[in-house]
Design a protein around this ligand. Structure first.
Ligand SMILES: N[C@@H](CCC(=O)N[C@@H](CS)C(=O)NCC(=O)O)C(=O)O
Length: 209
């Protein structure tokens, strides 16, 4: 049987969400490296695979799935792992997935990109993003103060999505000492069987000079 493939590169927190889910679910999969920083997601071939021009894409036989949240939902259903136990749980998971994509990941990913890869230095844009990220991290920290994982005592795809960029705090200039509940939650995720740091799980680190 052909293995599941995932388009990815080591610096992609969005791809990491899917890669981590595959690992934590004990699924055999193979990475399909995208040379993102040299236009690899803008080629005709890539756009044919994903008209949105985004990484990740999951290829499972005849099925091609994009958007990390959809990939997580697909894998959760397929392997019966990291889903909710009730319909209310599933709605709660969806609520956090949407918040993650719109607020948490979106702002952090762009700030990290500007600081680490575009190397813009401090600008009005980075200041704007820092100001957007702070309240998001407060929301998450407050929420995790009362809950081991995002929707209760067990990890779900909401956790796997929301931690996508959070193992690189130094790359977007945040210290988890300021957000202790997030720090403990990340430690709980790291302790899960199959957890691997993004730079080890996906190809392309370090970047070629
Ligand atoms: N909401 C999408 C975001 C995917 C995304 O933005 N991926 C980045 C790489 S980490 C990308 O391909 N960006 C290209 C672009 O924004 O045009 C998801 O969760 O899959």
């Amino acid at each position: 049987m052909t293995k599941i493939q995932l388009t990815c590169f080591a610096q992609s927190g969005n791809a990491y969400k899917a890669a981590l889910m595959l690992n934590l679910s004990g699924v055999e999969w193979e990475p399909k490296f995208v040379d993102f920083f040299n236009g690899g997601s803008r080629t005709d071939e890539y756009l044919e695979l994903n008209t949105m021009g985004e990484v990740p894409v999951l290829i499972d036989g005849e099925k091609t799935i994009t958007q990390s949240g959809v990939i997580l939902k697909y894998l959760s259903k397929k392997y019966n792992k990291f889903g909710g136990k009730t319909e209310d749980d599933d709605l709660e998971i969806l609520r956090w997935l949407l918040w993650d994509n719109h607020k948490l990941t979106n702002n952090i990913a762009v700030l990290r990109y500007l600081l680490q890869f575009a190397k813009t230095g401090e600008t009005e844009v980075t200041q704007f993003l820092r100001a957007r990220i702070k309240p998001c991290l407060k929301v998450l920290n407050n929420h995790l103060d009362n809950s081991s994982f995002v929707i209760g005592a067990e990890p779900t795809i909401a956790d796997i999505s929301m931690c996508g960029y959070l193992f690189w705090p130094d790359e977007f200039d945040v210290s988890w000492a300021d957000y202790p509940a997030i720090a403990s939650w990340l430690d709980r995720i790291k302790a899960l069987d199959g957890w691997v740091h993004p730079y080890e799980l996906m190809p392309g680190h370090p970047l070629a000079k």
